[in-house]
Design a protein around this ligand. Structure first.
Ligand code: ZN
Length: 290
């Protein structure tokens, strides 16, 4: 009898220790980490970017999202192209999606975002902050999973997302739950997420009204900028080509010039989120950059 009770309380103790060590993860990191998640492969047409197939190494685009773990919180940057709950097949299945303007798009499925988060040791409710580079459908798919987090969004982007007639490139049903999230409306050019300058949202408008990129200062890797859709293909950068569907080409050109200056000043590297070739080379969760 006594022995059974002892065994039972030992088991409870062991499971409590295991649970608290998982929960403590974000508190025990001493400098930021980036976990890279694979959101599948997006079919593309180079002409939409004023390029030809000969200009690019891969025509298809990657879909990427990232978890930034900081001593003071956990930030999800972008939320994929296909929501976990709407998948019609398994790995490699070609999922058809329809945007608000009825244009269709196709994405080859990667593992679910939830399973990749779990591989890193997190569940959606562990995420304390959410930021989306912009409102396009291929960045918002699982946004509703993070409605319990503090949503960091530029006022310009927020107002378009919840306008009576949202932009054609959105899928509003993927982010409706954010309407009730605790929200920080960003109006400044830079927003320092955790107050120590290591994780900074930088407005880089033009692709959409309030498009942003994310700067993360890592202790070992150095500075990294997550591009959002400021570029899609590296050839846009080298050949100075703009997509055909910018909200403002002049603003995108100015934002690119500003960011290139920032990259030279800081020595930070640019991770082009849709660059399939570069994205495939990055370590994926549970591995991370620090
Ligand atoms: Zn995109």
């Amino acid at each position: 009898m006594f022995r059974t009770a002892l065994r039972r309380s030992l088991a409870v103790f062991v499971s409590l220790v295991a649970a608290s060590s998982l929960q403590a993860q974000s508190n025990t990191v001493t400098s930021p980490r980036i976990y890279v998640f694979d959101g599948g492969v997006l079919a593309s047409e180079t002409a939409r970017y004023r390029l030809t197939d000969a200009d690019v190494e891969a025509v298809e685009l990657s879909v990427a999202s990232y978890l930034i773990v900081h001593p003071r919180g956990v930030l999800m940057w972008d939320a994929g192209a296909v929501a976990d709950h709407e998948r019609s097949g398994g790995l490699g299945y070609e999922q058809r999606l329809v945007r608000r303007d009825n244009q269709e798009r196709f994405v080859k499925l990667a593992p679910t975002l939830t399973s990749q988060l779990a591989a890193a040791g997190y569940k959606p409710s562990d995420v304390t902050h959410l930021a989306l580079s912009h409102y396009h459908w291929d960045h918002t798919a699982d946004a509703n999973l993070f409605a319990g987090a503090q949503w960091l969004v530029t006022k310009l982007e927020h107002d378009k997302m919840f306008a009576a007639d949202p932009p054609g490139g959105t899928r509003p049903e993927t982010y409706t739950a954010l309407k009730n999230s605790r929200t920080t409306l960003i109006t400044a050019a830079e927003h320092d997420v955790f107050g120590d300058g290591t994780v900074v949202i930088r407005q880089a408008t033009g692709h959409t009204e309030g498009h942003s990129v994310l700067y993360v200062k890592l202790a070992k890797t150095g500075g990294v900028v997550l591009s959002g859709d400021l570029y899609h293909y590296p050839a846009e950068r080298t050949l100075k080509r703009l997509p055909t569907f910018e909200v403002s080409e002049a603003e995108t050109a100015a934002a690119r010039a500003e960011l290139e200056g920032f990259l030279s000043r800081t020595g930070a590297q640019l991770w082009i989120q849709h660059d399939l070739v570069a994205h495939r080379k990055l370590k994926k969760a549970p591995e991370y950059y620090e």
